[in-house]
Design a protein around this ligand. Structure first.
Ligand code: IMP
Ligand code: MG
Length: 187
């Protein structure tokens, strides 16, 4: 379908249907592992919002939810390497089984930082779930416990992932046309 979002997409990597099927599988695996443990999902805003909403509905177990907001990117496609907490946990997570839900694991800066940070808060366990993994971007030794899809070395948007805050509402995941960000990054 052509619209002002899809016009900027070079190639669709995962359709809405493919994403739905994969999220259901992840939900089933997590539910099996965490049944009876009342895990706490920690969604990382804003990118994980849509994935998180679908994922928790695919997990028919007792669980609760926290959101954290961190930033490192500042409207560029290249990580600045610095991570800042813009919104923190609202409850004590000591002794809890935490499930971090992230949109994409790229350089690893964000998740390396969050893993350390949540350890200092006394979590019983920390499990990382990322919708997308981009191994080619890795600069820190972080591995996710659950990965939706492994993506090639390209800037992707949709299903929560943005470029300069746009395209989060695209229902599929696609590669952005390079001319869209080349215009901006040069400034
Ligand atoms: P990392 O800290 O480099 O692993 O990157 C994590 C964050 O960078 C993600 O939560 C995204 O917000 C952003 N990011 C990295 N690669 C992409 C991409 O291809 N598209 C959109 N956002 C990305
Ligand atoms: Mg982002």
């Amino acid at each position: 379908m052509k619209n002002e979002l899809t016009n900027d997409i070079l190639k669709v990597l995962y359709t809405e249907e493919e994403i739905r099927a994969r999220v259901r599988e992840l939900g089933a695996e997590l539910s099996e592992r965490f049944a009876g443990r009342e895990p706490l999902f920690v969604g990382i805003l804003k990118g994980s919002l849509i994935f998180l909403a679908d994922l928790i509905r695919a997990c028919p177990i007792r669980c609760d939810l926290e959101m954290m907001a961190v930033s490192s990117y500042e409207n560029s496609t290249v990580s600045s390497g610095r991570v800042r907490i813009n919104h923190d946990l609202q409850q004590d997570v000591r002794g809890r089984d935490l499930i971090i839900v992230e949109d994409i694991l790229d350089s690893g800066n964000t998740l390396a930082f969050l893993q350390e940070y949540l350890k200092t808060k006394g979590a019983a366990s920390i499990t990382i779930v990322t919708l997308l993994d981009k191994p080619s971007g890795r600069r820190k030794a972080v591995t996710a416990d659950y990965v939706g899809f492994t993506v090639p070395d390209a800037f992707v948007v949709g299903y929560g992932l943005d470029y300069a805050q746009f395209y989060r509402n695209l229902p599929c995941i696609g590669v952005l046309k390079p001319e869209i960000y080349e215009k901006q990054d040069r400034t």
